[in-house]
Design a binder for this molecule. Structure first.
Ligand code: PRP
Length: 174
């Protein structure tokens, strides 16, 4: 990427927080729980969450829900589109949503009510990062980091489709 970036959270800090979070989550997940990643942003964090859970003795089923509202823009389009649905029913099950960032909150709000409408018994949320706007909204059950109101890239987060593979959470220099 040619964009100038500041590192806000290093890969080592992420690893340590994932270890703490997954220890807590493992205590709460029941044997039939399903961990659901929101594509695309969650895929890197999700991979670390499920491996952390395994280190803490839990190997839940996984699934993905592909939602989109930003496209290539830095602003939410307001409308959430379901680009690809879950592959298996979740009726009566505890689910844990994993996503990269809680910003306007539209995506998580939508995902929670969507999964509840599919019959989930309990919907828990695990967010890697929260922006200041979302601090006014209901807190996620599990949160990695509170970060400033800057456009984030790396560790799953993209800038117009690029940068998801960067190992740190960075912010675009303006
Ligand atoms: O709290 P919000 O304002 O709703 O923003 C958060 C959502 O925005 C991004 O998704 P995006 O629609 O860009 O799709 P992506 O996951 O494919 O990047 C991100 O991955 C979150 O899911």
């Amino acid at each position: 990427m040619t964009t100038q970036l500041d590192i806000l959270v290093s890969a080592a800090q992420i690893n340590q927080r994932v270890e703490e979070l997954t220890a807590e989550i493992a205590d709460r997940l029941d044997e039939e729980a399903v961990v659901i990643g929101l594509l695309q942003g969650a895929f890197v964090f999700m991979a670390d969450v499920v491996r952390g859970l395994a280190r803490h003795g839990k190997t839940p089923r996984t699934d993905f829900l592909w939602l989109s509202s930003y496209g290539d823009s830095h602003e939410s389009g307001g409308r959430i589109n379901v680009l690809a649905d879950l592959q298996k029913p979740i009726g009566g099950r505890q689910v844990l949503i994993v996503d990269d960032v809680y910003d306007t909150g539209r995506t998580i709000l939508f995902a929670k009510s969507y999964l509840a409408s599919k019959g989930a018994r309990e919907v828990l949320t695990c967010l890697l990062a929260r922006k200041p706007l979302a601090a006014e909204l209901p807190a996620p059950d599990y949160l990695g980091f509170d970060l400033p109101d800057r456009f984030l890239v790396g560790y799953g987060l993209d800038d117009a489709g690029r940068g998801r593979g960067l190992p740190d959470i960075c912010a675009v220099k303006t």
